[in-house]
Design a protein around this ligand. Sequence first.
Ligand code: IVH
Length: 688
Amino acid sequence: MADQEQLPKADPRTWTTEALAARLAELDKAYFQRGESLIPDAAYDRLKDELRRRDPAHPALASVGAPTESEPGDKVEHAQAMLSLDKCTTFAEFWAWYRGALAGTTDRANSLRLDDEAIAWSATPQGALVAVPKIDGLACSLRYDRTGRLLRAATRGDGRIGEDVTVNARKVPTVVQQLPADRPGDGDLEVRGEIYLPLSRFAAVADSYANPRNLAAGTLKAKENPAIDPGWLAFFAYDLLGAPSASESSKLETLARMGFAVPAWQKVLAPEAQRTFDQFDAARPTDEFEADGIVLRLDDCALAQRLGVTAHHPRGAIAWKYAASADTTTLQSVHWSVARTGTITPVALVAPVNLSGATVTRATLHNLSNLRRLALRPGDVVEIVRRGGVIPHVERVVTPSDEPLCEPPTACPSCGTTTRVVARDDGKGKAVEILVCGDPANCITARQRTLLHYCQALELEGFGDKVVEVLIDQGLCDNPADLYELTADDLLPLPRFGELLVANLLGQIAKARRVELPAFLVALGIAALGKQTAQLLSSRGDLAAVRAMDAEQVAQLHSLGDKTAAAIVAGLSDKAELIDALLRHVEVVRPAAVERAGAGPMAGEVVVFTGALPSMGRRDAQQLVVRLGGIAGDSVTAETTLLVVGGDELDAAEPSSKLKKARKLQASGGAIRIERADAFFARVAEAS
Ligand code: IVH
C-alpha cells in the first residue's frame, strides 16, 4: 500500500471505505436523478476503482448504473419473505399455541404439554415473551446499505415481492435516512415495521377518507400528488434483519438506539398474558395508531429460529387479536332522524352485527354528503366500523345490491313540510350538505325534542320520550311554556297516566317555577348556548341584562368567538316569544354563587356544606342560605365564613378536603367558623 502521508488529500486512496461509498452514492444520485455530473468522469472512475479494489462486493458498486431512486410501484423482491402471523382471540387459544411452541423446542414434547411444566418453563429466560401492539398500518421493509444509507423502501406485497415506495418513504420523518455509525453488524441491514397515519392527523381529514390505513397506503404508493403530505405518515419499527440479535427485546432496544420509533413493548410471562392483553387494549383510546391486537413473540431469537416457519407464519410468534371492531352486514334501510334543531340526519339500519362485544343495528351516516358519497342501496353488504369505541359508522359498501339508491326524503318524516338542503361547515372547515326540515318550529318531532330538552335541562324527572310524545300528540303542549298550564284534569284521562304519575309530574312542574338563570338559558335549546356559555352569560347580570346584550358585548365574554356570539344573540331574539311566555310562569333567579348578599338573618355569611346533611339535600340547604340573605359556595375559600359539617365527619379519622382546608384557614388566623349540621339547622330554624 502507498504511503498515505505522501498522497494528496483528493486521492481516493486516502479515504475511508465509508467516505468512498457515501461520495459515490451522492454522485450516483445527482447523475441518475437529476442528470448532473458533479465531477469529471475520470475522477468518478478513480473513486469507483478504489472502492472495487478494497471491496468488490460493496453495494455502492452494485447500485451504479441502476438508479437507486426507482419509481413508485416497481417490483421489489424481498431478501427474506415477509410472512404473516398466526392468530388467536382468547387466552385459551394463546395458551395452546404457547404450549405447542414450547413442545417444539424440546424433545420432551409430550410431558411439556402439561400445564404445570409449561408454567414452570414460562418463568425461565427461554420461556419469556415480548408483547408489542399489532399496528393496523402498512408493513414496510427498509433496506440500508453497508454505509447505513437508506437504499430502498418497499411494501410487503404478497410477502415475496412488494412495491417500491422509496420516494415517499424518504419523506416520512420517522423513517431513518442514515443509520448511525455504531449500528450492529458490518453489512446491509433491513428494518421492518409498520407505516401508519397518526390518528390526530387523520382526524383533520376523516370526513373525506374512509380510514387511516387506506389513506396511508394511497399516500405512500402515490406516483404524484399524494392525497396528503407523506410527511404526515409515521413509521414504527419492530424487526431488524442482517445483524444477529440474542433477543427480541434487545432487538427493539437496538432499533430505538439507531433512531427508530419503537412501539411501547413489554416482557411477558405467558400465564399472565391476559393481563398484558387487557393493558394494551385499555391504552388504545389514547394511542396515536389503530391496533387490531397484540403480537407476542418468544424473546429468545435462537429458540424462535429453531422453531422455524410455516409457509404462512413464524412458529415463535402469534397475534392475539382484539374483538373485531369492524365487520360486514346488510343494510336494511336508511332512517331519517329529526333533531331538535330541525336537522334531519340519515342513520343506517342494518342486520345485527357484533362489534367489539356489542350488538350493533344502527350506524351513523353523519350527513347527506356522506350518504351520497357512499351511494347506499337497501340490501348492500356494508362494512360497519366502531372506531375507538365511538358511535358505529358505515365505512364503505362491500357489495352493492341492485336496488334503487337511498334518496333523502323530500318531506320531513316528522311534520311533512318540504325539506331543504343547506351547506354547513362540518366544524373542521369543510362544507357538507345537510338536510333540514323546512319548518322546524312547527315540526312535531322538532317540538318534541325542544320540550324534551327543556325538561332535561331543568332536570324534571318523569318527562321522558314517551310522556313528552303523548303531551304533544294530544295537543297539550305546543311549547315548554304550556307545561305550566297543565292540570290533573288534563293528564288523568291520558292512557297509562295514573294518579301517582300525574302527581309526580305536577310536582316536578311546580319545582320548575323557580329556575336558575344558567339552566333557564340552556333549556331554551339554542344550539350555540351550552352549559358553560350560559354560566358565562349569567355572570354578567340577570335575564333582562343578558337579553339586552348585543353580539359585540357577548363576544367580549371570555373565549366566545364572533360567530358563537352572533348565534347566541340571534337565538335569544328568535326565542323572544317563548321566553316571554315562560316568564309568565317562571321566576328566573341568579344562581346562589353569584347572588349578592342582601338583607336577612344570614346577610354577610358565605356558607359551604360538607358531609351528609340530616334534614335536606345539599341543593335545598344552599337555597335556604340564599333565601336568608347569605351566599352558598361550593368550595372552601378565603371568603368562606362558615363550613357546615354533616354526618360524623367532625370525628372522622380522615376529614374531607373541605374540612381540612377550613382547619388550615383557621390555623392561619382566618375568620371561618366550623359548625355541626344539626346545630346549624336548629339555629336557622329559630332565626327564620
Ligand atoms: S411482527 C412474521 N409486530 O402484522 C411477521 N407484526 O399478520 C412478524 N404487524 O403484515 C411481524 N404490527 O406488518 C409484528 N408489532 C408488530 C406488528 C406487526 C403490525 C403486521 C405485520 C404483518 C402482519 C402480520
